[in-house]
Design a binder for this molecule. Sequence first.
Ligand code: MN
Length: 227
Amino acid sequence: DVNQDDLAVTDHLFVVADGMGGHRGGEVASTLATSVVVEDFDGTDRAALVHAVRQANRAVLERAAADTDLSGMGTTLCALAVVDGPGGQGGPEALAVVNIGDSRVYRLDAGGLIQVSDDHSLVADLVRAGELSAEEAAVHPQRNILTRALGIEVDPTIDSWEVSPARGDRFLLCSDGLFNELGDMRIAELLGDGSVHEAASRLVAEALDEGGHDNVSVLVVEVVNGP
Ligand code: MN
């Protein structure tokens, strides 16, 4: 009945956000965050992408402060952007990735599927501390508890990476509604099969078939130019 996820696509920017909060808070937070990132990002480099996410955080905080119905709202956000490479404008392009929360960015290449982003969640902390296995975390009843999100604090830590694109690589940006229903092996199979449109449609369809307990948002991006 309610879709608290939002996503945005431009020529060089791909964003997925998963909002939380009562009333319309979750929807407002995710939609506001993606739109601010699209408006603010100037396409130059990873720092500019992080800056845009900081602007989104400020916008969510200000909106929540201005409307008591929306107080406490927040959102995850992950994004992939085409940016100038080390040689600057005109040279080979690079990819920048940012993340806060537990939406994910995956990369599928000849070596298989890897998760580029780190989840900011209670169970991910426990896995990193060696107190929980990845298999236990995937079904843990408290796996939806986040340790970081936009709209919670004034100056959150936002993870970022630079990635060298290689032709044929596919990137997947998704909300937790996907990977809470499908394991990594199945995600890898579906992500690599058919066109990007077919892969995205099948990922969503299968997550819904498996229960669809949450909103499912998926962006599939393929590198068509490069080494
Ligand atoms: Mn979700």
